[in-house]
Design a protein around this ligand. Structure first.
Ligand SMILES: Cc1cc2nc3c(=O)[nH]c(=O)nc-3n(C[C@H](O)[C@H](O)[C@H](O)COP(=O)(O)O)c2cc1C
Length: 208
């Protein structure tokens, strides 16, 4: 499928048909999340994949509209980091050193500039910055799913405290930013027949 066809076919599903996504397809979609670009390459997030029926069921009360979570195949939960400490940055650089086979000392200059950049930011700035990175992951997952003919619904409509309690998130250091339900659209979901509402080009784009 051409990418514009895939994006036009995509819509935010309100009701899935309970069918499970093949593991290989899920794996490919998750790879697109893994390959996402992130500022400084720090990937200040975790990607939780809820596949157990029991956990999906437990999560139902955490969503304002339970129709997606109760019918989807999988739920992806993107968790942003609220803090980035020296230890995290050190871990990132030992990983670069290992993957690219570069002596760690050769990365010192880059490491110090990143540390300085991060430590200059306030707690809120770090957190806002980290959350933005999560949305790049979200977009890539949605895009890859559309290409794989898998339907999705991005969802921010959840009770923050409850979802974090159920998923055992440490809210001091992490936050559930956004979730993505995946599966196959139900024939009963009439939203699939609705025309897309988007700004006309002249209001959306400006060529200078
Ligand atoms: C970050 C984000 C959060 C969203 N949260 C919800 C949600 O909680 N529940 C829902 O039904 N749709 C949610 N949506 C879907 C939007 O309402 C939808 O993308 C928009 O109306 C455009 O429609 P379309 O995706 O069907 O083209 C969300 C979309 C995004 C990008």
């Amino acid at each position: 499928m051409n990418y514009l066809e895939a994006l036009s076919r995509r819509y935010s599903v309100k009701k899935f048909n309970h069918q499970l996504i093949p593991q290989e397809t899920l794996h490919n979609i998750l790879e697109s999340g893994k390959l996402s670009a992130s500022s400084l390459g720090l990937q200040p997030y975790k990607i939780l994949v809820v596949e157990s029926e029991e956990m999906k069921h437990k999560l139902i009360p955490a969503f304002y509209n339970p129709s997606q979570i109760s019918t989807c195949s999988h739920l992806i939960v993107i968790i942003s980091k609220k803090t980035i400490d020296e230890n995290y940055i050190r871990g990132y650089f030992s990983h670069i050193s290992e993957v690219r086979d570069i002596p760690i000392e050769k990365l010192d200059l880059f490491k110090n500039s990143i540390s300085q950049h991060i430590t200059q930011k306030t707690h809120d700035e770090i957190f806002n910055w980290a959350e933005k990175q999560s949305y790049i992951v979200l977009a890539n997952l949605m895009y890859a799913a559309a290409i794989e003919n898998i339907d999705t619904c991005p969802m921010e409509g959840f009770r923050q405290d409850l979802i974090e309690e159920i998923l055992d998130i440490n809210s001091e250091t992490e936050k559930v930013t956004v979730t993505l339900a995946l599966g196959y659209r139900s024939e009963e979901d009439h939203f699939q027949h609705m025309k897309k509402v988007r700004k006309p080009n002249e209001k959306l784009f400006k060529f200078i």
